[in-house]
Write a protein that binds this ligand. Structure first.
Ligand SMILES: [Fe+2]
Length: 301
């Protein structure tokens, strides 16, 4: 699949995932053809990067909304004041140095995430994004067959984004993060609703395999996750202020590298609502504990 007939250039950033989109000003009112080309590029490259944009919160929300209805900021974390769709990703409150896919603990996780850099440290703080379809293809046949059959429980109630022990602010953030508890069963292999591609749909919120013990679950998840995080399956983005990253949350995981000490880092996140995942056998994800998160996503099951 190649994106053609557009006014922008696509430059691969890494071999298996990620392209920089050059020649688009996201403040402009982009026509439908351009949006369709960006969507096609997202499906192919899975993560797109727009350097040096001059977007504000309104502009970020407007751009994301071209790809579908938006979620609110988060199922449990309050939005930025006055911008119900914007989540502050602030290093002072927590560090997502844990491979994950956004909000997979609800039954309808977002289809895509946009991250806009506002304050970036002079060094470090990169974001890694992994191609979970490439990981699936890398699995030996026997493991692929196992993965196709098993399901995982995802929850927000675990030690994600561990706060530094002495930080009251991060402790308070963690309390808010788990103020409502969610547990959802998703297929370990998700069929992408637009491309039909299969990808490993696990990541940090996946805490156990349905019907297996904690120990067995850990070992299997660690084994599968090792394929997702192979360097060959990742791209690494070095932020500059004003960048926008746009990634397909249905077939990627990401990780915020925590290597910048106490330096400030602030990004704003806006996510596009997504549907209920479907596994290789056609079964849909289901809720085990918690509400349907309809306060969060317009596509609640
Ligand atoms: Fe994230």
């Amino acid at each position: 699949m190649t994106v053609t007939g557009t006014d922008f250039d696509l430059r691969r950033v890494a071999g298996r995932i990620g392209a920089e989109v050059v020649g688009v000003d996201l403040r402009e009112n982009l026509d439908d053809d351009t949006i369709a080309s960006i969507r096609a590029a997202l499906l192919e490259y899975k993560a797109l990067f727009f350097r040096g944009q001059k977007l504000d919160d309104t502009g970020q929300q407007r751009f994301a909304a071209r790809f579908g209805e938006l979620t609110t900021a988060h199922p449990t974390v309050p939005s930025l004041d006055g911008s119900p769709n914007v989540l502050r990703v602030d290093s002072a409150e927590g560090r997502a140095n844990n491979w994950h896919t956004d909000v997979t603990f609800v039954v309808s996780p977002p289809s895509a995430s946009t991250l806009r850099s506002i304050v970036v440290p002079p060094y470090g703080g990169d974001t890694l994004i992994a191609n979970s379809a490439a990981a699936y293809r890398d699995l030996p046949g026997e493991l692929r067959e196992l993965a196709d059959r098993i399901w995982a429980e995802h929850t927000n109630d675990y030690d994600y984004a561990i706060p530094p022990a002495d930080s009251e602010k991060t402790k308070a953030f963690r309390e808010i993060f788990v103020s409502r508890k969610y547990r959802t069963a998703h297929p370990v292999v998700r069929v992408h609703p637009e491309t039909g591609e299969r990808g490993l749909f696990i990541g940090g919120f996946a805490q156990r395999i349905v019907d297996l013990s904690t120990t067995e679950s850990r070992d299997i998840l660690r084994l599968l996750q090792a394929y997702v995080t192979r360097p060959e399956n990742t791209v690494r983005w070095r932020w500059a202020p004003g960048d926008l990253a746009f990634f397909d949350n249905r077939i990627t995981q990401h990780y915020a590298v925590d290597d910048y000490g106490d330096l400030p880092r602030l990004l704003h996140r806006v996510t596009v609502a997504g549907g209920v995942p479907v596994g290789a056998d056609g079964r849909r994800s289901y809720t085990i504990e918690g509400d349907d998160a309809s306060h969060y996503t317009p596509l609640a099951a």
